[in-house]
Design a protein around this ligand. Structure first.
Ligand SMILES: [Zn+2]
Length: 164
């Protein structure tokens, strides 16, 4: 588990899997002291290096400190940065736990098909953390698991489910 530096240009190395149906990228890192930072942006570029239809991606997630009313919003953006016109499928899963009680605060998945070069997936994850103790645990230290799968670039559309 890598520690996230306050310098968000620093590379957080993903675990990478290239299989018969997909390319998988798992980022597993710790984010400390959102109460001090207020917000922190995860920003990473990755490339499938697919032998059939390679694609390049920019992922940005803005992690925000929980406000006093208990709401937290994470804008998520995954943009396909190459200019190829082939369509691929993308699956994203984000899990956010605090490090104190290992409480799972965010569990979010999405699947998008027909993503071509230049297309961006943009969503805002909204959660509510009602208890002040949980909020302070959240704002102190988080473990972030981000899974991204790129499918259908070198195989037929896959009807199974990658393991998140
Ligand atoms: Zn591929």
């Amino acid at each position: 588990m890598a520690a996230a530096s306050s310098d968000n240009k620093k590379n957080i190395k993903p675990s990478v899997y290239h299989g018969p149906h997909w390319h998988g990228f798992l980022y597993d890192f710790t984010l400390l002291q959102l109460d001090v930072k207020e917000s922190w942006t995860f920003r990473q570029v990755f490339n499938t290096r697919c032998k059939t239809q390679p694609s390049t991606w920019l992922c940005e997630i803005s992690f925000q400190k929980i406000s006093d009313d208990g709401t937290v919003c994470f804008p998520v953006s995954l943009k396909r940065n190459d200019s190829n016109n082939n369509a691929v499928e993308v699956r994203i899963a984000l899990r956010v736990r605090d490090l104190t009680k290992k409480h799972l605060h965010v569990s979010w998945t999405t699947t998008k098909e027909d993503i071509r070069g230049g297309v961006a997936i943009e969503e805002t994850i909204k959660e509510n953390v009602p208890f002040s103790k949980e909020r302070s645990d959240f704002n102190r230290a988080l473990n972030i698991n981000l899974y991204m799968y790129i499918l259908s670039c070198h195989s037929q559309p896959f009807s199974g489910k990658p393991r998140y």
